[in-house]
Ligand binder design. Structure first.
Ligand code: SAH
Ligand code: SF4
Ligand code: F3S
Length: 390
C-alpha cells in the first residue's frame, strides 16, 4: 500500500439514517482527498464499518463480521477501521477484541478520519500503535460538509446532533453526545446546495426534532425551521424524523397541514402502551397523552400517515402491560411499526434493572405484535377498506 496512488476503500454502513448521512460525509471527505470507493471487499485496501450499538445484536454483528475479515490471510496489507456508535461505545476495548483493527472514530470525531487513515497506513508499515479518535463530546459545528450524496433524488440533512432525553433503555445519548442544534443558516445553505444539484426531497434528521432550538438569531424552534426550509425555492418535499411524543405539539401538526411541501407522515415512537413502563423508560408522556396526540394529528392532517417504534420485554414488563401495548397498536392502527426486543445497553440506566423477561417470552411478544401489525397493514391497504384508516 506504499505506492503513490491512494488506496481504495470499502465503507459499509449499519444502523439508522444518521449513520447513512455520516457515511456520506466520510466518503465525501475522503473522495476530496483522492481516495476511491468500491464495493468489493477483496479489492479494497481499506475497510471501514460505520456501526450501530442500539441493540447488542447490532453491535455484535458488526464486530463479528469485522473479526472474520481481519482474520483473513490478505489482511496484513489492509487497513481496518470501525467508526460510529460502536467505536464510541467500546472505545480502545475494540483493539482487544479485534487485534488486527487499525483505527476507531466515534460519531463526533468523523472529521478526523482522513488523519487516522494516514496514521494507520504508516502504523501498518512500522507495526506501531493504533489510531483512535473517541474524545469529542459534541460534534464541531464549523465544518462545511462535503457535497457527496448517495442518492440523486433525496438528501438527508442533519438539523441537530446528539440527544439529551436519556430514555432509560437507550445508549444513543452516550454515544452521540449532548443535543446540539445546527444553525438555521447552515441548514438552509446545505439544502440550497442540494437543490442546486437537482435534489428535490430532503429529510431533516434529529433524535428529537421537536426540541430543535436555534438561539442565535432570536428563538427559532422546529416549526420556525420548517417554515424557513419550506421557503427554499425549487425544493419540493420535506420529511423529518424523529418526533418525540413528549415534545410534539398541535403547532407542529398545523404546520404540517399548512405547508404543502411537508410530507404528511409522522414517525411518533410510542415504545409502550403501559404508563408504568413508560415511566420506567423515562419517556415523559403517558399512553393517554400519546393517543391524544394521534387524535390531534389525524384531525389536523387528514389522510396523514403515522409510524412508530415499540420495545417489547422491557424489564418487569408483565403480560398485562404487554397487552396494553398491543391494545394501543390496535387502537391507533399505525401505517407501520418497528417492533424491537429489549436489549440491555449499559451505561443506559435500564441495564441496572434485571433483564427479567425471558428471551422466549420476548420473542413471543415480538411475534404477536409483528403479526398484529401485518394484519393492520393489510387491512389499511385493501382498497375497499381505505376508509378504515382511522
Ligand atoms: N430518537 C428516536 C429513537 C432512536 S433509537 C426516538 O426517540 O424515538 C431507535 C429505536 O430503537 C427506538 O425508538 C427504540 O424503539 C429502539 N431501541 C433503543 N434502545 C433499545 C434497546 N435497548 N432495546 C431495544 N430497542 C431499543
Ligand atoms: Fe434514545 Fe430517547 Fe434519545 Fe430517542 S429520544 S435517541 S430513544 S434517548
Ligand atoms: Fe443510529 Fe444506531 Fe447510532 S440507531 S444513532 S447508528 S446507535
Amino acid at each position: 500500500m506504499s505506492g503513490k496512488k491512494k488506496p481504495v476503500i470499502l465503507l459499509r454502513t449499519f444502523g439508522c439514517q444518521m449513520n447513512k448521512r455520516d457515511s456520506e460525509i466520510v466518503r465525501g471527505m475522503l473522495e476530496e482527498k483522492g481516495y476511491r470507493f468500491i464495493d468489493d471487499e477483496k479489492e479494497a485496501e481499506i475497510i471501514i464499518f460505520n456501526t450501530c450499538s442500539v441493540r447488542e445484536h447490532a453491535e455484535q454483528k458488526a464486530v463479528s463480521i469485522m473479526g472474520a475479515l481481519t482474520r483473513k490471510k490478505a489482511r496484513k496489507h489492509k487497513v481496518y477501521g470501525i467508526i460510529g456508535c460502536v467505536a464510541q461505545h467500546k472505545k480502545e476495548g475494540l483493539f482487544k477484541s479485534l487485534p488486527n483493527l487499525d483505527f476507531i472514530a466515534g460519531p463526533s470525531d468523523i472529521y478526523r478520519i482522513p488523519e487516522l487513515i494516514c496514521a494507520s497506513v504508516k502504523n501498518k508499515e512500522f507495526k506501531k500503535t493504533k489510531a483512535a479518535a473517541v474524545d469529542a463530546q459534541t460534534r464541531p459545528l464549523d465544518y462545511s460538509d462535503p457535497v457527496y450524496r448517495d442518492s440523486k433524488t433525496h438528501a438527508y440533512v442533519n438539523i441537530m446532533y446528539g440527544c439529551d432525553n436519556y430514555c432509560s433503555y437507550c445508549i444513543v445519548p452516550y454515544v452521540r453526545g449532548h443535543e446540539v442544534s445546527r444553525p438555521v443558516r447552515d441548514i438552509v445553505k446545505e439544502i440550497e446546495q442540494v437543490v442546486r444539484g437537482g435534489i428535490l426531497h430532503v429529510t431533516l434528521l434529529g433524535q428529537n426534532v421537536n426540541s430543535y432550538k436555534e438561539l442565535t438569531a432570536g428563538l427559532v424552534d422546529f416549526v420556525g425551521l420548517l417554515r424557513q426550509v419550506h421557503g427554499i425555492p425549487g425544493l419540493k418535499k420535506i420529511s423529518f424524523i424523529t418526533s418525540h411524543p413528549k415534545d410534539a405539539t398541535k403547532k407542529l401538526f398545523e404546520a404540517m397541514r399548512d405547508l404543502p411541501k411537508v410530507d404528511k407522515h409522522l414517525h411518533l415512537p410510542i415504545q409502550s402502551g403501559s404508563n408504568r413502563i413508560l415511566t420506567l423508560m423515562n419517556r415523559g408522556y403517558t399512553a393517554e397523552k400519546f393517543l391524544g396526540l394521534i387524535a390531534d394529528y389525524r384531525a389536523l392532517v387528514p389522510g396523514g400517515t403515522v409510524s412508530t417504534d415499540v420495545v417489547v420485554g422491557f424489564p418487569t414488563e408483565t403480560e398485562e402491560e404487554f397487552k396494553a401495548t398491543e391494545k394501543s397498536l390496535e387502537t391507533v392502527r399505525f401505517d407501520s411499526a418497528y417492533i424491537l426486543k429489549y436489549s440491555p445497553r449499559p451505561p443506559a440506566k435500564s441495564a441496572e434493572f434485571p433483564d427479567d423477561v425471558p428471551k422466549a417470552e420476548k420473542e413471543r411478544r415480538h411475534g404477536i405484535l409483528l403479526e398484529l401489525q401485518k394484519n393492520i397493514y393489510k387491512e389499511l391497504h385493501r382498497p375497499s377498506s381505505l376508509s378504515k384508516r382511522r
